[in-house]
Design a protein around this ligand. Structure first.
Ligand SMILES: [Zn+2]
Length: 154
């Protein structure tokens, strides 16, 4: 495709939110809807999209280089944009978790493992960045593929 003109323009408003979620194609529209229409972020947030989403922030013992990179990116965005709020989202049937050793979590149940990771990240952030407001969510769906976003307590 040669170059094409877009209708979108750069957003020059300062963001105050960083969102970290999975790259799974099945949920991108839902993530966008949740962030922009339910949380009213109005497309004004920094975004890290990675397989497993925020899970990379817990890998210090199993995959330390992944953990290092994840925290490096989070700290870079928070510091360079003076962000105040961090939104971490996990989701049902995340393929990334299927390759993780079971001994990394206290449960073998997938959702429990993901929520445990969200809480671990929360513990780290409360020590390292107590000024950051943290929101944790879990996206799941029913037999009709209707998606619900649940709040996870930190
Ligand atoms: Zn995933």
């Amino acid at each position: 495709m040669p170059s094409c003109q877009l209708t979108s323009k750069t957003n020059n408003a300062d963001p105050d939110v960083l969102v970290v979620h999975c790259s799974d194609h099945r949920l991108q529209a839902a993530f966008y809807e949740f962030l922009n229409l339910k949380l009213n972020l109005n497309e004004n947030y920094d975004l890290l999209v990675l397989p497993g989403g925020p899970q990379c922030l817990t890998l210090v013992e199993y995959l330390p280089k992944f953990s290092w990179a994840g925290w490096k990116w989070v700290r870079f965005l928070v510091d360079s944009h003076d962000l105040k709020r961090l939104i971490l989202i996990q989701h049902q049937d995340c393929a990334w978790y299927k390759d993780l050793p079971l001994h990394l979590h206290s449960s073998t149940e997938p959702r429990s493992r993901q929520e445990e990771d969200l809480r671990r990240i929360g513990q780290t952030l409360r020590k390292e960045r107590p000024e950051l407001a943290l929101e944790l969510y879990y996206a799941g769906w029913n037999a009709q593929d209707e998606i619900t976003m649940d709040t996870v307590s930190a």
